[in-house]
Write a protein that binds this ligand. Structure first.
Ligand SMILES: Nc1nc2c(c(=O)[nH]1)N[C@H]1C(S)=C(S)[C@@H](COP(=O)(O)OP(=O)(O)OC[C@H]3O[C@@H](n4cnc5c(N)ncnc54)[C@H](O)[C@@H]3O)O[C@H]1N2
Ligand code: MOO
Length: 462
């Protein structure tokens, strides 16, 4: 159902997930426990991912203004998002040069006879070119990276030659014409788009910029994401732990996952299960940040006030995801207070993650990560998934996606994987024993030992 009304991010609009249609009546304005935990069918993580992308597209359009930019020296630009295309200002390499230590000569000018024997008339080093032309039938001793002297086009490596100070000899078959010569512009030609806007500057990208002689780059200001935990039971690590309390672990996990993503986290601490306190911190968060993430208080318990508080300062949808861990999930927008002059936006997205610690990790990577990269104006690459053979049967119910903490290892030509630690969504021990997540789609029924599953590794290379 499409609704014609002021609705800057389309929260009220029917969404595009097949088999699911949210209507205004399901847009939760006040939590209603009886409806929240029953009734509407579960939403697949993929459908939720698409829904969030649709909502954000509207939000980004409505926002108009992009994140502002700043110019940074290369050494400070790691993991930042490039604001503009980088066009190569020079050829790289700037001159033809040798790929090997050896002898340079013109192939077409080789004299008859076997082995070939040439007089050595000079020397070229990287940074110290040989001066002047090299005549046909002559050679120059040349080192890797040295500019090819005028008149030469081929290099025979030292290993393939016999040399005295004055002459070099080699078998004619040892080199093809043009061998071991690197051409000017073969890495980048002047005018090439070396890096498109939106590139996340990983280490090799910084190397590329340096190779182009570029000392500083325009990058987007980092996306600021506010995080707070909700729950009367939560205490700060380091504080005393009264009966019934637990330490807040989600916030530290979330702040660190955000930092890994290149986002600037804003730690708003622990907020008690108090509607007024929640409303106030949400107003502050919308003023300070580009997006807001909470954990806990989204389901339908007596102390779950997060959705109502979001509804008071914006709009919120509540989804029961067909996902384990990570079933209750709230997505919405918070109005930016009119006095927040620093913010060109009218509203910021809100992600209400479930309280259980393993559910926080699962929903962050399945639903929040791509959304934040999009808001940061980064070209997001999908997280790689690798097929692996499970060595154990995996818990699986058809109709619900499962995220299983596991360890994968190389085995012959492929990978094997097995679950580790406690499968409880309230426990974190499995997350630190694991080196990957197994992602099982909802459609899948039982998974038996020997079946192939998709794994996503925790560690990336660059
Ligand atoms: N009757 C039902 N009860 C529950 C359902 C349900 O469908 N029906 N869903 C369960 C699932 S699944 C999850 S997940 C949780 C999520 O509920 P909330 O998002 O409202 O989270 P809380 O109730 O506040 O907390 C759940 C759990 O997580 C602990 N927690 C919360 N915050 C933190 C934190 N920052 N650090 C560490 N641990 C935290 C909290 O103490 C609870 O144990 O609801 C189920 N219940
Ligand atoms: O989301 Mo809950 O963690 O599935 O337990």
């Amino acid at each position: 159902m499409r609704v014609a009304r002021a609705d800057p991010v389309g929260l009220a609009a029917g969404h595009d997930a097949p088999g699911h249609s949210f209507s205004l009546s399901q847009r939760i304005v006040m939590p209603d426990p009886s409806r929240a935990l029953s009734g509407n069918s579960d939403l697949s993580p993929d459908a939720a991912h698409r829904l969030i992308a649709t909502r954000l597209a509207v939000l980004c359009d409505a926002r108009g203004a992009a994140l502002s930019t700043e110019r940074l020296p290369l050494a400070q630009a790691l993991d930042r998002v490039l604001a503009d295309d980088v066009v190569a200002p020079i050829d790289v390499p700037a001159h033809d040069n040798s790929a090997m230590d050896g002898y340079a000569f013109a192939h077409a000018g080789l004299p008859d006879g076997e082995p070939v024997s040439l007089p050595v008339v000079g020397r070229a080093l990287a940074g110290r070119p040989h001066d002047g032309d090299v005549g046909r039938g002559m050679a120059v001793r040349i080192m890797t990276g040295a500019a090819m002297p005028e008149g030469t086009d081929t290099v025979v490596p030292i290993e393939a030659a016999t040399c005295s100070p004055a002459r070099v000899q080699f078998a004619r078959a040892a080199v093809r014409p043009g061998a071991n010569r690197r051409h000017a512009g073969e890495d980048w030609a002047r005018g090439d788009i070396a890096l498109p806007a939106g590139t996340v500057l990983r280490p090799p990208a910084l190397g590329v910029l340096a190779s182009l002689g570029i000392a500083s780059v325009a990058v987007r200001r980092r996306l600021r994401v506010a995080v707070f935990s909700t729950g009367d039971e939560l205490r700060e690590p380091g504080d005393a732990l009264p009966a019934g309390a637990i330490y807040d672990s989600n916030r530290f996990n979330l702040l660190a996952m955000l930092r890994r993503l290149g986002v600037e986290p804003l730690d708003l601490g622990i907020v008690p299960d108090d509607p007024a306190a929640l409303r106030q911190v949400l107003v502050d968060a919308a003023r300070l940040a580009d997006a807001v993430i909470t954990s806990g208080g989204v389901s339908a318990g007596d102390a779950d006030h997060v959705r109502a508080a979001v509804a008071a300062s914006g709009e919120v949808e509540y989804w029961k995801l067909a996902l384990r861990p990570g079933r209750p999930f709230a997505f919405g927008t918070l109005r930016v207070p009119a006095d927040a002059t620093a913010q060109p936006r009218q509203s910021v997205p809100f992600f209400g993650l479930p309280g259980n610690p393993a559910a926080v990790v699962a929903t962050f990577y399945l639903l929040v990560r791509d959304a934040l990269l999009r808001l940061a104006q980064a070209r997001a690459e999908p997280v790689p998934r690798v097929p692996a053979t499970t060595t154990a049967a995996l818990p699986k119910r058809a109709g619900r996606a499962e995220v299983i903490r596991a360890r994968a290892q190389r085995d012959g030509g492929g990978w094997t994987v097995a679950p580790v630690g406690s499968p409880s969504s309230g426990a974190l021990n499995a997350m630190v024993q694991a080196n990957c997540l197994v992602l099982l789609e909802a459609e899948r029924a039982a998974v038996n030992a020997g079946d192939t599953v998709d794994v996503t590794f925790f560690d990336g290379l660059l």
